[in-house]
Ligand binder design. Structure first.
Ligand SMILES: Cc1cc2nc3c(=O)[nH]c(=O)nc-3n(C[C@H](O)[C@H](O)[C@H](O)COP(=O)(O)OP(=O)(O)OC[C@H]3O[C@@H](n4cnc5c(N)ncnc54)[C@H](O)[C@@H]3O)c2cc1C
Length: 419
């Protein structure tokens, strides 16, 4: 668990701790219900904050992809807690500001509860159970945005509903702080697309067998990103406006960026067909924490398919003086799919500390741990494993290396999935 996750769960737990003395003079059911609702409310406020993609605290959480995972876990916890609050109805004689406001707050709480349950279930369920129907990402995104509005309703509910403690209690102040954080974060996320974006123009499109390689130059201020980071990418053209995350596969000193995008779904297929030289692109980033510089002296980089993109950016920036010995294993289904080979070969020839092997599954069979040990110039048992690719490949290689007594010292991986 990251330091950020510890802080988040402690803040949520602290709401429960503050709630106990504030409400325990009521009965046990009411105490339980209000402890749950206080914790849920703080969880909601924090989830809104995490959705602002805070770059300064990414380090605390180990990258934006991990922040999104935590955000999802908080969503599950909130769902359980609000169900407990709803079904164990608080019953006490308490303080209400005015009866009109109290009624409105009860009404807001009830409808926000229904909305939350529907939207949280929609957000958490990727594939409809017992079917192969996947909830489309754009639908997920629209419904997810409404959660912020529901949070505003819940904030109103918690401030004006009848409570068994007064407005100066520590708990009330604590909850108000998270109401403010959550509402400010929601407003900020709605403004984010206009605040943190940069304008680019496409000057080259290469429809390579393995990916569509898009090169673009800034038309104003350039994006700031480290090799291995990713950005949100969208084309200002009908059908291609939805922002999608892609690793910045190359970034030059003059701000020129390259993306390698595999056509795997609706958007990426439409992008392959529709993008053209001269198109205006909007980028937001760079995000993420996947950078070998913070790793050990010996490293094995393992890429599966399109998972090569962060390594392409990192390898092209190697100068040889990093004090790190690196071996890249690039696993592809078929050699024709491989991208960036020229960059890897040139760097491997030029630099002492970088070597590279291509695993062509069509010719060499399934990649396993033994083949990595045989191909690598770096001993996996003494190295960090940096991985980007399909999770089952990582699991199989980690297991295989362990069985060979060559478990890597640590494993770092990039998730190509947020949901
Ligand atoms: C940090 C990161 C870096 C990535 N880097 C690359 C890369 O360099 N090259 C590459 O080809 N792919 C990369 N991907 C994957 C890429 O974002 C998805 O393949 C793409 O968004 C799928 O969209 P689609 O509509 O074509 O496919 P769909 O079949 O509609 O979606 C497939 C899955 O992709 C995810 N997804 C879809 N739309 C979005 C969206 N707007 N925002 C976030 N996730 C979405 C969802 O989990 C969805 O279930 C990266 C993903 C992440 C999270």
């Amino acid at each position: 668990m990251t330091a950020g996750a510890y802080i988040v769960w402690s803040l949520i737990g602290f709401a429960g701790l503050l709630a106990v003395p504030a409400v325990s003079h009521t009965n046990a059911g009411t105490t339980f219900s209000l402890v749950a609702s206080s914790m849920a409310f703080v969880g909601m406020g924090i989830a809104q904050f995490l959705a602002t993609r805070p770059p300064l605290i990414e380090r605390l959480f180990g990258g934006l992809d991990r922040i999104y995972q935590l955000h999802r876990k908080i969503g599950i916890a909130v769902l359980v807690l609000i169900l407990a609050h709803y079904f164990i109805t608080p019953d006490f004689k308490g303080l209400a500001l005015t009866s009109g406001l109290n009624q409105l707050a009860a009404f807001a709480g009830e409808y926000a509860f229904y909305g939350f349950v529907i939207l949280l279930v929609l957000s958490l369920v990727k594939i409809v159970p017992r079917t192969r129907i996947e909830i489309p990402y754009h639908l997920w995104r629209i419904t997810h945005r409404l959660i912020g509005l529901l949070f505003v309703m819940v904030a109103f509910h918690q401030m004006f509903i009848k409570r068994p403690y007064d407005g100066t209690a520590l708990l009330a102040n604590y909850l108000n702080v998270f109401a403010a954080i959550g509402i400010a974060s929601y407003i900020y996320t709605q403004l984010l697309p206009w605040m943190r974006t940069r304008s680019y123009e496409v000057f080259d499109v290469n429809r390579h067998e393995g990916a569509t390689i898009i090169s673009a130059r800034p038309t104003g201020r350039a994006l700031k990103a480290k090799p291995g980071q990713f950005g949100f990418f969208r084309v200002n053209k009908p059908g291609l406006r939805e922002p999608h995350p892609f690793t910045i596969a190359g970034i030059d000193d003059d701000g020129v960026v390259r993306f390698a995008i595999k056509a795997l779904g609706d958007y990426t297929k439409a992008l392959r067909e529709g993008i053209a030289v001269g198109d205006a692109v909007t980028l937001e980033g760079g995000y993420g924490h996947f950078n070998h510089r913070r790793g050990g002296k010996k490293q094995i980089w393992l890429a599966g398919g399109i998972g090569i993109t962060p390594f392409l950016a990192m390898a092209s920036r190697l100068r040889g003086d990093e004090g790190q010995d690196i071996h890249l294993v690039y696993c592809v289904r078929d050699r024709s799919e491989a991208i960036g080979l020229e960059t890897f070969e040139t760097q491997a020839e030029k630099l002492q500390n970088f070597s590279f092997s291509l695993h062509d599954s069509a010719k060499d069979g399934r990649l396993d741990a033994g083949k990595i040990v045989a191909a690598s110039t770096v001993d996996p048992g003494e190295a960090d494993l940096w991985f980007c690719g399909p999770p089952p490949l990582r699991a199989a290689i980690e297991k295989g290396l362990k069985a060979l007594g060559k478990a890597p010292r640590r494993v770092e991986f990039e998730q190509f999935q947020f949901r």
